[in-house]
Design a protein around this ligand. Structure first.
Ligand SMILES: [Zn+2]
Length: 166
């Protein structure tokens, strides 16, 4: 029994935890993007996504994709050091580490330029305002309470946490 449990843990670490580690490199899926974007080092945190062309206000910019999982599995995956989960309902989440479009690399900001819209089960990140070429893309993660994660978005209205405490 102990051996079996160890094997399961090893597979979990290899397939779920390690791919979300600090060495994770962005891979973008252009088929999920409606504007030209690229990944680069971010001033906010680790890697980020940046506009390669001007994006008008109110447009779909890219789709957030990934493996669809439930609450219990999300809890299991919360041992990862970085957040790559998008909550679509109180009981369903999308894990961008597995089958992600690259949108999972978009950082949180307290003054974001994108917002998420869920349409027939698909997550679209839309522009809240015009975005300049070279600007980093951000959205408000609206994390529920739990572990408080400090925010370094640098916005004037920064609430100091990624969690929703406003
Ligand atoms: Zn902030």
């Amino acid at each position: 029994m102990a051996m079996r449990r160890n094997r399961e843990l090893t597979a979990f670490v290899r397939e779920v935890v390690l791919p979300a580690g600090p060495d994770r490199k962005p891979v973008l899926d252009p088929a999920r993007m409606l504007f030209r974007l690229h990944a680069s080092r971010s001033r906010i945190h680790g890697w980020g996504l940046f506009a390669e062309e001007r994006i008008p206000k109110g447009r779909r910019v890219l789709e957030y994709t990934g493996e669809r999982i439930g609450e219990r599995e999300a809890e299991r995956r919360s041992v990862r050091p970085s957040v790559y989960l998008f909550r679509v309902s109180p009981v369903r989440l999308v894990d961008g580490v597995i089958g992600g479009s690259g949108a999972e690399f978009i950082n949180h900001s307290c003054d974001p330029n994108l917002t998420a819209r869920i349409t027939t089960g698909r997550i679209w990140l839309k522009s809240l305002r015009a975005i300049a070429e070279g600007e980093e893309l951000t959205y408000d993660y609206r994390l529920s309470t739990g572990v408080m994660l400090p925010c370094r978005c640098g916005a004037a209205n920064c609430s100091r946490y990624l969690n929703r405490i406003r």
